[in-house]
Each structure stands twice: as C-alpha cells, then as structure tokens.
Design a protein. Structure first.
Length: 242
C-alpha cells in the first residue's frame, strides 16, 4: 500500500507560516509522499516562495508540486521554482517522477493545466487569434500531462494538476466560471493512461469528489475544500481509498 498526502491552495505568505507545520511534522508516520496541487503562494513572488519553502521543506517525506495560476501573477516563476527546488521540493510541469515507496513504485505526472470548459460547454479554437491561443494553451498542457502519464513505468500512477479535469469537483462554484476552473482535455489525458487517482486544487468552493469519463477517481484537495492540512489516500493492494 502506498500512502499519499495531498493539499493545494495554501496561499502562503509571512502571516501563514507555521499554520500547517504541526500537522506536516507528523507526515512520516502517515504518508510516503506529499503532493501539492498548486497555488502555493498568494501572488507568486520569490519572497512568498521562501515562505512555502520554510513550511513545506525538510518534512521527512518527498514533496512533489505543480504550480498554480497564482504562481504566475508576479512573473517570477523561475525564481519561485528555484526556491522550492533548493529545499528539495520537486516541481512538475508536463513531466513525471517515480518514487520507490515501501508499497511499490509510485509514479506522479504533473502539469498546471488550464481553463477551457467541459464537453458541450467549452471554448473552441475558432475565430480570433486570441481565442485560438487560449485553446492551444489548454491542449498543450493536457497533451504534456498525457505524455508524462503514459511514459511512467510504475506500480501506481497519479496525476497532479492545479486546474480540474472534470466538472464534478467544481459543484458549488458559479456555473459561469467553470470554463476558468478546468477543462475536459485534462480528463482525456488522465484517461489515456492507467491512472489510479487524479488530484487538483483551484476550486475553493467546489466539491471534493469526482470521476473522469473513464472512471478515474478525481479529488479536489484545495485547502478551503478539505479544511485540513492535507488529505490522505491509500493506493495499491486493492485497498484504494480516500
């Protein structure tokens, strides 16, 4: 059995440092890895990234993350990534990693993702170049996630994104903003591989549980949704739960 802890949308700054740490210090006793589903900072500044590093660095378990839309606000993405990687946090974007856990090999493929909407109610690459560019960004991110998932050789496969791959976990958000919270292409990417679990954040007022069209469990682990330092998922040995 592989034990996965996950949370997103922690929006760290100086006033938040220390809020999660007591629970995080217990991770080695209850999880093999911690996955962070983006929006780690408030505005994506290097100084805020240092707060993330203080809170989520050196936990005694591997920490794997994707970035969220907030990490792009200050145009300091390279600096943010460096700060995180300097304390051992792996940042994924269209690639993956395999970890040797006591319960087997865990593969995690990650990408921020993008908006666009869901089947029957989605943007299309027709008309203005700005719209075509928007949809192309969606497709490129989903394609990269799908490739990363299919390339990993592991016993248990997990997809990690910031944007949602399904509308199920957006229930509670205004319908008008669904196209800005996720896209169906991410769900297709997840279904293109033997994915056991898909984790995302971004939808603060959404719902926790959903399923892709192909039957993969999707969980919204945004902190405002799960209302705890992290959720735990147990995968493998026919004991999948969470």
């Amino acid at each position: 059995m592989i034990r996965i802890a996950a949370v997103g949308d922690v929006h760290m700054d100086e006033d938040v440092v220390g809020r999660f740490r007591p629970a995080l210090d217990e991770l080695p006793d209850c999880a093999d890895v911690l996955l962070l589903a983006g929006d780690l900072t408030r505005h994506g500044s290097e100084s805020e990234a240092r707060c993330v590093a203080r809170e989520f660095g050196n936990l005694g378990v591997p920490v794997i993350s994707v970035l969220g839309n907030h990490e792009h606000q200050c145009d300091e993405v390279p600096q943010v990534v460096k700060v995180l990687e300097d304390v051992g946090i792996t940042v994924l974007e269209g690639n993956g990693i395999v970890l040797e856990c006591a319960g087997g090999r865990l593969g995690v493929a990650g990408a921020k993702g993008f908006g666009g909407g869901f089947a029957g109610r989605c943007a299309s690459d027709f008309g203005e170049p700005e719209m075509k560019a928007f949809v192309q960004t969606t497709k490129d991110s989903a394609d990269a996630l799908g490739r990363a998932l299919r390339e990993l050789e592991c016993d248990v496969l997990v997809a990690l994104t910031h944007y949602s791959p399904v509308p199920d976990t957006l229930a509670g958000e205004p319908l008008e903003i669904y196209p800005f919270l996720g896209c169906y292409q991410l769900g297709q990417a997840i279904d293109s591989a033997p994915t056991a679990l898909a984790l995302h954040g971004h939808a603060h007022h959404g719902s926790e549980r959903g399923t892709t069209p192909g039957g993969v469990r999707v969980r919204n682990v945004a902190h405002p949704v799960i209302k705890q330092a992290y959720s735990i998922f147990h995968l493998g040995d026919h004991l999948d739960r969470g």
